[in-house]
Ligand binder design. Structure first.
Ligand SMILES: *Cc1c(COP(=O)(O)O)cnc(C)c1O
Length: 390
């Protein structure tokens, strides 16, 4: 990018990032090349530095990683075929047998499954910590601790973590900090400015934005950390996703701030509407002043995403909840959020808590707000509440 980039705002950078300088008769977007083989002009080049195999990607992958790194002011980015694969590559890059990872208890459920499964079989122990632990994390760090894994806000329950306090403690003890920054899409929160070593994003969500791509990224500011991430992906044979998926994700990035702004505004309106109902126990949205971590959210985030949850009274029966959710006409029932369409899921079955007790034991419903008119979405939910009480 040109020197202008430093003074451009995020929206401008999202339009410019990863673009090659224009010359005559080129398209705006990079070409989609499909390939397993990379061809070289001579044997010196064949064995020289740089990419040598299709798993490492072609121009469109380079454009996407350059754009992601630019937006996050990272030293680089690696791609993985899903957001979950990006989480596992990041963890595997910094652990070894006999070590220990400290993981937020609010972590994305499949990341927990990886820690309790493959990492445990490798002889790496996981200890979960209260997402609101803050500087208290220092007491949990042992000589075996290799990684602290954060996610803020937490999946399903939306606690905001005191990331600077946690990363300060991590640095003092030479522990690597990794954050799953999917909710912020790498733009609402700046992990590296808050002391995080490695950031992971499920590009599947807002970056791709149209519910048609699975892709993930790992990013780091320190080139040595970046080199570890590259190496782990390569050793595992983790590829960079198809050229079509990289293309769609890069295209999604260009319009992401517009989509997110609209989705966030609609989500906040719907959260406020839910908060006023006396048949809703709590609304778990960090941009609401009533949220227990609202001050941290205000301090560290530049805005909100369009995904949040609410809880219903403990007395809610499964049948009533099914009547409410099954009958929704605009909200799809599905897990992978961040697309243009609204989704609702009952998250209670995914919910696990090993540390501090979760006081609110009624059903948790997570909403991902899409690009529909928020009035139509509110009407759909309102009819759902009528079915809940019928
Ligand atoms: C969806 C999600 C992932 C995984 O992304 P996939 O591409 O679906 O594998 C990881 N972390 C969080 C927080 C997510 O919401």
């Amino acid at each position: 990018m040109s020197d202008d980039a430093a003074r451009w705002s995020l929206a401008t950078r999202l339009v410019r990032a990863g673009r090659v300088s224009p010359h005559e008769r080129t398209a705006v977007n990079p070409p989609i090349q499909r390939g397993s083989t990379v061809l070289f002009s001579d044997i010196e080049a064949l064995h020289g530095p740089g990419k040598s195999y299709g798993l490492e990607g072609f121009d469109v992958h380079d454009a996407l990683t350059a754009a992601l790194a630019d937006i996050s002011s990272a030293a680089g980015a690696t791609l993985a075929p899903s957001g979950l694969a990006a989480c596992t590559v990041a963890l595997l890059s910094f652990v070894s047998t006999g070590g220990e990872v400290l993981v937020t208890d609010s972590v994305y459920a499949p990341t927990r499954r990886f820690c309790d499964g493959l990492l445990a079989r490798m002889g790496v122990t996981t200890r979960y910590f209260d997402p609101r632990i803050g500087a208290g994390i220092a007491d949990l760090i042992s000589d075996r601790t290799q990684v602290i894994f954060l996610e803020s806000p937490g999946s399903l329950t939306f606690e905001i973590q005191d990331v600077p306090a946690i990363t300060r403690a991590a640095r003092t003890r030479n522990v690597i900090s990794i954050i799953d920054d999917t909710w912020s899409a790498g733009v609402l929160f700046k992990p590296f400015d808050h002391g995080v070593d490695v950031s992971v994003q499920a590009l599947t969500k807002y970056q791709a934005g149209h519910a048609d791509v699975l892709l993930g990224a790992t990013l780091a500011r320190d080139p040595q950390h970046m080199a570890r991430l590259f190496r782990t992906g390569k050793e595992l044979g983790i590829g960079c996703g198809s050229a079509e998926d990289a293309y769609l994700t890069l295209r999604g990035l260009r319009t992401m701030p517009l989509r997110m702004e609209r989705q966030a505004a609609s989500a906040l309106r719907i959260a406020q509407w839910l908060e006023q109902r006396d048949d809703v126990s709590s609304v778990l949205h960090p941009a609401l002043p009533s949220h227990p971590d609202h001050a941290l959210f205000q301090r560290d985030f530049s805005g909100a995403a369009g995904v949040f949850a609410f809880t219903l009274p403990r007395s809610t029966t499964d049948r009533a909840l099914a009547a409410m959710l099954d009958g929704l006409s605009l909200f799809g029932l599905g897990f992978s959020w961040g697309g243009y369409e609204s989704l609702a899921v009952n998250c209670t079955e995914q919910f696990v808590r090993k540390t501090a007790a979760w006081k609110d034991s009624g059903p948790i419903v997570r909403l991902s707000i899409g690009l529909e008119d928020p009035d139509d979405l509110i009407a759909d939910l309102d009819a759902g509440f009528a079915r809940l009480h019928a």
